[in-house]
Write a protein that binds this ligand. Structure first.
Ligand SMILES: Cc1ncc(COP(=O)(O)O)c(C=O)c1O
Length: 369
């Protein structure tokens, strides 16, 4: 049996007629950049995220950069973020001229450890950027409290957490501003790159909206130097078609995760963790084992694809060495352990029960061999 880590073709097969019709709508309307499909998605995604404003953009990375720029983060500033994430989180900070400062992560969730973040605050700190990694929310209350006490902004990187809940609340607008990616493999994925900024702050929303479209506040009136970060009409249409399915897909992911967790607990791996205050949407299902590389090779041999998220903590990446980040490797023991031990098992809503069972049996076979 072959089990891919994700199967986008299976999802398209289930939605083919709806998706094709939505793409045709865009062709007929010729609204290829922004336009009514994108505007509808902005309304619906804001409502879904329990946020007042949504600005649809070209990618999650663009959303992060616009969120930072709307807060006026720039040269001389520091932004504290998690050492374990996709590189884009740090890249966006660097684009602004600010310096990323990396905090160690929580042993169980791989999200930023609020106590470690607090230790890194200086007079230059302008924002804290937690990442809701793997679909699990970061522990927001301590972060929001310490940010408020020090006058620092909180920017949520929710690029992997569509539909997740922190103490019953959706993510993105818990702090000043939040960002989503709709990269095709996300729980809500477009058919190309796409992203969004969400916020309850009208000024941040207005600024991000302006910067997304060359800093224009009216046609050919450029108030700021902005970007071409407009979302394409096709992506708006695909996202509108898929959004009504998101909760159902997340429900299926949660059922698969529950099955994995229950079956793998006694096997010799550390199953993925869900805090009691969290509603995780399992963008990835991360297990941990000190035999990670051998397990990955064994699963590949048996036809089971897996991923490693992420093999190198961000501050140790080659691109980060000049100038070297402020933290030393010894400051990040948990991030280093995640990089050494994490393995993401196949996870997508269309997985059949047989595929889930096969993954579990193959992991068990590895540990009993
Ligand atoms: C945590 C995180 N932040 C940011 C991004 C960047 O999003 P995009 O690929 O849409 O630019 C991603 C996407 O892969 C991500 O996983």
């Amino acid at each position: 049996m072959n089990v891919p880590i994700i199967d986008l073709k299976a999802q398209y097969a289930a939605l083919e007629a709806e998706i094709d019709a939505s793409l045709k709508r865009v062709c007929r309307s010729a609204a290829f950049a922004l336009g009514p499909e994108v505007e509808q998605f902005e309304r619906d995604w804001a409502a879904y995220c329990e946020a007042e404003h949504c600005i649809a953009v070209q990618s999650g990375t663009a959303a992060l950069l616009l969120a930072l720029r709307a807060l006026d983060v720039g040269e001389g500033d520091e932004v504290i973020t998690a050492a374990t994430s996709f590189f884009a989180t740090a890249e966006a900070i660097i684009y602004t001229g600010a310096r990323p400062v990396f905090a160690d992560v929580d042993r169980e969730t791989a999200c930023i450890d609020p106590a470690r973040a607090e230790e890194l605050i200086t007079g230059r700190t302008r924002a804290i950027m937690p990442v809701h990694l793997f679909g699990h929310p970061a522990d927001m209350d301590p972060l929001l409290e310490l940010a408020e006490a020090r006058g620092i902004a909180v920017i949520e990187d929710a690029c992997q957490a569509h539909g997740a809940l922190y103490k019953g609340r959706k993510l993105g607008a818990l702090g000043q501003v939040g960002t989503y990616s709709f990269y095709p493999t996300k729980n809500l994925g477009a058919y190309g790159d796409a992203g969004a900024v969400v916020t309850n702050d009208a000024e941040i929303a207005e600024c991000a909206r302006m910067l997304r479209n060359h800093g224009q506040n009216a046609r050919y009136h450029h108030a700021r130097v902005g970007y071409n970060y407009r979302m394409s009409g096709f992506q708006g249409a695909v996202l509108n078609t898929k959004l009504p399915h998101l909760d159902g897909w997340n429900k299926r992911r949660r059922a698969i995760a529950a099955h994995y967790s229950q079956a793998l607990a006694a096997v010799g791996v550390t199953p993925a963790y869900e805090a009691d205050w969290a509603f995780c949407v399992w963008h990835q299902y991360p297990i941990r084992t000190d035999r990670r590389d051998a397990l990955q090779a064994y699963l590949a041999e048996a036809g089971v694809s897996t991923g490693i998220h992420y093999p190198i903590p961000i501050p140790d990446l080659e691109a980060m060495q000049n100038p070297a980040p402020r933290c030393a490797p010894a400051d990040l023991p948990e991030a280093a352990a995640w990089a050494r031990e994490e393995l993401s098992l196949p996870m997508y809503a269309e997985m059949t029960d047989e595929q889930v069972e096969y993954v579990i049996e193959t992991v068990k076979a590895f540990f009993s061999a």
